[in-house]
Design a protein around this ligand. Sequence first.
Ligand SMILES: C[S@@+](CC[C@H](N)C(=O)[O-])C[C@H]1O[C@@H](n2cnc3c(N)ncnc32)[C@H](O)[C@@H]1O
Length: 249
Amino acid sequence: MLDCSDKKEWFASWFDTTYYHTLYAHRTHDEASDFIRQLVAFLNPKPGARVLDLACGKGRHSVELAKYQMNVTGADLSACSIAAAKEHAHATLHFEVQDMRSLTFEEPFDLIFNLFTSFGYFDCDRDNAKVLEQVFTHLRPGGIFVLDYFNASLIDVHAVQEQSIERDGVQFHIKKWVEGHNALKQIHVIDGTFNEVFQEKVQLLYPDAIATLLQQAGFRIFACFGNYQLEEMKIDSSPRCLMIAQKPL
Ligand SMILES: C[S@@+](CC[C@H](N)C(=O)[O-])C[C@H]1O[C@@H](n2cnc3c(N)ncnc32)[C@H](O)[C@@H]1O
């Protein structure tokens, strides 16, 4: 019998499958390329800046960041994603498996990015706070943290949404709802004889709660954008909540 403690947490199993990448295949390098171009124009990092793409997946943002004369490391818990990301590696672009709750880098970074809702996964609030503490510790004084979360204000907490999608011959039956303080997504994958249910569970963190968490970790927030075009955040309509925060000098 499988003991509970042996069971992988949802984010460790779902993101490590090829099905995650099939389902989100539309979140492409092109989207990442436009977004990173805007961010680099706004942040104006110095050449050679040390950059961490935290929870980088297969590295679509890391690859783009490395095009701007920066020294980029992509880190992710998923060994499969890091193996795929390493195909893009070069002298100033590296990838490694790391857990964002316990980073082991020795040199501080000038910039750390956490993009496309790669936060708020843990059941224990302490673990979520730990991620921000780790980011703070691994930034040099004056360094910048970019946290890209969904705008929780747009979520109807009473609605249950269901959708079926077929991608590359794989059937995905998806159900989304809110339970307590979490947005849940159940993903039933049918691929020939493969038939399994996965889950995404992300904290329903409203923009003011994100700001509070960042401030409690010691950051100073100096910008908040509402989409990947870096337009002003409008609480009632913006799809994203993109906080730009600085570790004080
Ligand atoms: C929604 S995906 C985003 C991936 C990537 N940033 C992108 O935009 O394509 C979230 C990522 O967080 C990673 N992740 C989840 N828990 C993690 C942890 N504890 N430490 C590091 N990465 C983690 C997953 O493996 C997954 O690649």
